[in-house]
Structure formats: C-alpha cells, structure tokens
Write a protein that binds this ligand. Structure first.
Ligand code: HSE
Length: 448
C-alpha cells in the first residue's frame, strides 16, 4: 500500500434522485458540443447518473463572442470562472479551455473546493498529474480525463478499470490525428510534407501553429498519460523522448514503401526488463516504420489507434476518432456521467496509481532498430568498410539494399535491435567516414 490508499474523505453521496450541478469552463468546439448534448439528452443522462445533471454556468473569457449561442439563450454565460467554481450549487467542473497555467489554477481550485473535475486537457494532466491527483485525493473527489487521450476512443477507462487485473507489457499507437493525416497523404498521394502541411492548415485540419502536433508534443503528453496508467508509475511529458515528423521527406516515404513499411508517428510505452529482471519504463514518440501488414499501417487519414499488450489479455486494439468536437465531447460526457453518478451514490473512481514507481529508462539504453538511408561513394571496398563499423559497435544488420544514384550509390540498411545509444554512435561513425557523402535519414522501426 502507498499514499494512494490514504484518501482522507469518504464521499457518502447526495442520494438517488439528487441533482448534480455542473459548471463548464470553456465554450469552444468541445464545450459547445458538451452543452448541446447535455441539453438534448438530459432525460437519458439523469437515468444513467441517478439524478438530473443541471448545467449552472458556462465560463468564457469574452461573453460578447458567444451572443446568440445555446449557452447565451439559456442564460448560462459568465466571464467569472473563479466565482462559478466556488458556487455552492456546483458539484462538478468540466474544464475544456486548453493551455496549462490558467486551467491548472481553475482545476486545483475546483478540486480543493470539493468539486469533481472532468478535463480534456492532456497537456495539463501530463505536466501536473501529481499535484492534481493529490488535490483530488485530499478532497475525496474524482478527476476524470478520458478525452485527454485520443478523444472518443475509450482507453483511459480500460487501462484504469478493465485491465486493472492484468499486467500491461506495452501500449503503443497513433495518438495524433493531424500527423497521421499528413503522413498518410504523403504516403498515398506522394505530396511533400510542406505542401500537405500548408493544405491541412488551410482546411483547418492542422492548427495555424502546428508545432504541438508536428513536433510530437501532443503525442508525448498522451504517451505520458498512457505510460502512467499502464505501469502504475508517474510519467510526465518531460520523461518522454520526442521527435516529430517535420523532417520526413517524400524520399523517406518512398524508401520505406519500397522496403515494405509505412511511416507513422508512434507513441510507444513499454515495460522493459533487463538481464537481471530489473524493470523500467520507456515512453517515446518518434516517426516509426511499421510493416505494411501491421494493423497500425492501415490506420489512415486522421484516425487514431492504440495497441495494448497485456500478459493475460494478449493484444487489444482500440481504434476511432481521436480528435474533433463531437468525438471529444463523447468522452467528456462519459466522464461527466461517471463523476455525477459518484456524486449521487457516493464513492470515487480509481485515482492515480503510482505504487509500482518504476524507474524511467534512459533513452540510450532502450532497444530500438534503425533504417538508415545514406549516399555513399561507389568504389571497391566501401560496403566492407561500412559494415565493419556496424560490427565494431556490436550492431547486427538485417537487410542491405543498394541503388545507383548518379555517380554515387544509395545504401539503405536495416538493423536488428540494439541499444539506441550504440545505434546512434554507429551512425555518427558512419557519417565521419569519407565513404559516406550524406546520411539522408535515420528512422526507427517497430511492430515486427
Ligand atoms: N491535435 C490533436 C490531433 C487532437 O491532431 O490528434 C487533440 O489532441
């Protein structure tokens, strides 16, 4: 047992049929869908929660922007989020603002005031789960965040509850729709990264500032949340190795295709076990070559998919819409009903569980596999010279492919698994030789 068991309050519940007062913080794409669905399905939600859910207020920064909206028609708009949270008739606070500092302040305030919180905010949960969970535990209230990972796809709940009786070995998958859309278009239509990124921004699929998606920050937050849940260990976004897709070229895609792979931005969370049986956790996000026949290779457009491997359950795959107003609202509403039911009947959902407290593996020690694409001088002995460098670093080669490229040669090598640091040092040694003219790309492989 550890500090997770030290919950200070037992919540006896308000009693069957009692109403649950809800505050919604934020009225963008998600907040407006949450309110609409709560109003449209009020009767059904009352049955499912055990009492009516009454939205008492919707906090926004600028009320004028939302004139004529449903929240305005219902007289719910307020620009005083702090005041709304503190109201006696609020039992449950829904945070769908985004960002970190301001929602952190509001969520902590709500938890400390004894309100349960539902949030869709992955960056907040991935950065501050310790502080938020402690506040929820101290007040004996719920902190739900299903929508923070892959929106409509239920994966937080299954990891927290359905798989609580199993031992999870790995959780990996495609958890960012924008980058999957971009990589899929590059693979299917042969367009360049810059072209499809510009098009995605124009169509509103990607944010005007796409950094969080394309550089892997969004996926790293989700990986931190998944790894924490899977391995009962606190993992923050800073613990996640992260590499985005902005350097992927049309050449990388076609080389991968020719070798039988598709490039996906994967979040990979693994339980590592060393030769002495010592366990650690690795969480990483990077472009990854997956074989064409792997189920993740067929996840196209902006869909998400998460693979869970557990000791007894075997392999499970969760697939669906990982973004968007309605899919995110679906996950938020599921959490609202769950948290409201606990307010009505008492008790709490499982809180943060960090009892295993496994060390985070150094990325250099993690076993990975490389696909290396180089331009080399086309002369006698070059292949022997370069393969010797692999042997010197204890790296075993799996495949070697050479093509003519003008006066030079293009060499594409795939390695067997080895320590990441040894692979990286091998590439440095290769690049330092006169035989290697350019290292075009180094990509990692998974899924075989
Ligand atoms: N921007 C994310 C994506 C959705 O493209 O999947 C929110 O996490």
């Amino acid at each position: 047992m550890n500090e997770n068991a030290a919950v200070s309050h037992f919540n006896p519940g308000k009693g069957a049929g009692s109403s649950v007062g809800v505050a919604i913080l934020g009225y963008g794409t998600v907040g407006s869908q949450v309110l609409r669905l709560m109003v449209e399905n009020a009767d059904e939600f009352a049955h499912r929660a055990g009492g009516p859910l009454e939205v008492k207020g919707v906090a926004v920064s600028n009320k004028e922007k939302h004139r004529g909206s449903l929240a305005d028609e219902l007289g719910l708009l307020t620009d005083d989020a702090r005041g709304l949270i503190e109201r006696e008739d609020i039992d449950l606070v829904v945070e769908v603002i985004g960002g970190i500092d301001y929602p952190r302040e509001l969520v902590l305030k709500a938890l400390r005031a004894g309100k349960s919180v539902v949030t869709a905010n992955k960056a907040l949960v991935a950065a501050h789960s310790a502080e938020l969970s402690e506040a929820a535990d101290a007040a004996g209230v719920d902190l739900y965040f299903e929508a923070a990972v892959a929106a409509a796809i239920p994966v937080v709940g299954p990891l927290r509850r359905s798989l609580a009786g199993d031992r999870i070995l790995s959780v990996s998958g495609i958890v960012n729709g924008t980058t999957n859309f971009i990589l899929d278009a590059m693979d299917t239509d042969g367009v360049s990264y810059d072209e499809i990124l510009a098009e995605s921004i124009r169509l509103g699929y990607a944010e005007a500032d796409p950094t969080a998606d394309v550089e892997g920050y969004d996926a790293a937050s989700k990986a931190a949340i998944l790894a924490s849940l899977a391995f009962h260990t606190r993992v923050t976004a800073d613990d996640v190795f992260r590499e985005g897709i902005s350097k992927i070229t049309a050449d990388d895609i076609s080389a991968a295709k020719a070798a039988g792979y598709t490039i996906k931005l994967l979040a990979i969370c693994e339980r590592l076990i060393d030769a002495e049986g010592k366990e650690s956790v690795s969480a990483r996000v990077h472009p990854t070559l997956v074989p064409h026949d792997h189920p993740l290779a067929s996840v196209t457009k902006s869909f998400n998919a998460i693979f869970v491997e557990a000791e007894a359950a075997g392999r499970l795959m969760f697939y669906g819409n990982g973004a968007g107003g309605n899919p995110t609202a679906s996950a938020v509403l599921g959490d609202i009903v769950g948290a409201a039911r606990n307010k009505v009947f008492g008790g709490r959902a499982p809180g943060e569980s960090t009892y295993a407290n496994l060390p985070i593996a150094d990325f250099g020690d993690v076993p990975t596999r490389y696909h290396i694409d180089m331009d080399v001088v086309d002369r006698t002995g070059v292949l022997a010279e370069l393969t010797k460098i692999f042997a010197e670093h204890q790296i075993s080669l799996r495949t070697v492919r050479q093509e003519e490229k003008g006066e030079h040669a293009r060499l594409i090598l795939v390695t067997h698994a080895a320590r990441e640091a040894d692979l990286a040092r091998t590439v440095e040694a290769l690049a330092a030789t006169d035989a290697v003219l350019a290292v075009n790309s180094v990509l990692r492989l998974a899924g075989e």
